[in-house]
Design a protein around this ligand. Structure first.
Ligand code: PLP
Length: 356
């Protein structure tokens, strides 16, 4: 961007759909806010950002992203504070991660100002779509894809970056039954597991479907070499409390660096809880369960914040965990994050960014 006063071409809708939204009964992911951001990349640079009425886009059947998977996304949320301000949770972290994903997929990085300004202006314009109730939010989906119409395997020369939003109610995370995955892998060392690449999701659906057919909600992914070490839980990072210590797999090329993960670890450290980011073997979990020291297990991610794990299946043996209501840490950290996001607790780390 040459100038610091960025011009965003905005076309305001003449047919707002806000009146159709039932704030008391939000169906996640099916209803989209009035506007969207659209920015094209061509001739080696980002073109004028546009905010347009939400709607379909036209694509050539030869669009590169549809064939060779040069596509990435982000997931974040806007919240309404108790005094009515609209705030974003750690948006710079999403911007930085998006650029990490972009590098891995040979896609162009997006300048911070372009990402932040188009995001803020979109959310400010659709501020009335941010639900007011504590626990509810506006889910924000930034994404980018290769838009060259060319059937040839090489990085695309043109891209489209877009952002749209969908209102979300308090995600009641039913405690999940999970299965340790010993056959399939989500990602391996040297792969693209740390990137929020669309293709990672496509390839995870089949093993997840097989687990669901056996009555589990999700799989716990393990390392691709020996299936001995824990990686993630479904599309979330995974954490355990063993004997008063918070333990989670260390980041690597096969693990997605969750912003919720980072926030939970930070709060635990603030509270003086011992935190370990390291390799965790499946055997360690089995042993802790047998010794009665496995106090808590949960997934972390933007959609649910904390998703408690009810039981873990490993080699025909199902390990039951303590009742969710009795879990001190995960309940406390979920409540604290909710309070920070809605302006009911002090934001000591400067995580909340107002849109106006
Ligand atoms: C997005 C994602 C997460 C969670 O990241 P957050 O920033 O906390 O939402 C974890 N694992 C995978 C594989 C993901 O795609």
């Amino acid at each position: 961007m040459q100038s610091d006063i960025m011009t965003i071409h905005t076309q305001v809708t003449t047919a707002s759909r806000l009146a159709d939204l039932d704030m008391e009964n939000i169906q996640f992911g099916k209803i989209f806010a009035d506007h969207m951001v659209s920015i094209d990349y061509a001739n080696g640079e980002w073109q004028t950002p546009q905010i347009l009425p939400y709607g379909p886009i036209e694509l050539s059947p030869a669009t590169a992203a549809l064939h060779y998977g040069q596509a990435l996304f982000e997931g974040m949320k806007a919240y309404k504070t108790v005094d009515g301000q609209v705030v974003l949770f750690r948006p710079q972290a999403n911007w930085a991660r998006m650029n990490e994903s972009a590098k891995r997929l040979c896609m162009p990085e997006i300048p911070e100002e372009l990402f932040m300004e188009s995001l803020k202006q979109l959310i400010a314009l659709d501020a009335n779509w941010v639900p007011g109730k504590v626990g509810n939010s506006l889910y924000i989906r930034p994404f980018m894809f290769a838009s060259d119409a060319l059937v040839g395997v090489r990085p695309s020369e043109t891209y489209k970056f877009m952002i749209f939003c969908s209102p979300a109610s308090q995600y009641y995370a039913e405690p999940v039954r999970v299965k340790i995955e010993e056959k399939y892998t989500r990602s391996v060392e040297g792969g693209a597991g740390y990137a929020k690449a669309a293709g990672n999701y496509g390839a995870s659906l089949y093993p997840t479907k097989l687990a669901q057919e056996k009555g589990f909600h999700q799989v716990i992914w393990t390392d691709g070499k020996e299936h001995n070490f824990i990686e993630e839980s479904g599309t979330m990072n995974v954490m355990f409390v063993i004997d008063g210590k918070l333990i989670t797999p260390a980041l690597s090329s096969s693990i997605l660096a969750g912003i919720t993960r980072d926030s939970v670890l930070q709060l635990a450290r603030d509270w003086g809880m011992p935190v370990e980011e390291r390799r965790i073997s499946v055997q360690e979990i089995v042993d802790a369960h047998a010794a009665g020291t496995l106090e808590d297990a949960f997934g972390t991610g933007t959609a649910a914040t904390i998703a408690p794990i009810k039981s873990i299946m490993y080699k025909e043996h199902e390990m039951e965990l303590p009742a969710v209501a009795n879990r001190t840490f995960s309940n406390k950290v979920a409540a604290e994050l909710d309070k920070i996001r809605h302006g009911q607790a002090e934001d000591v780390h400067g995580w909340m960014v107002p849109v106006q």
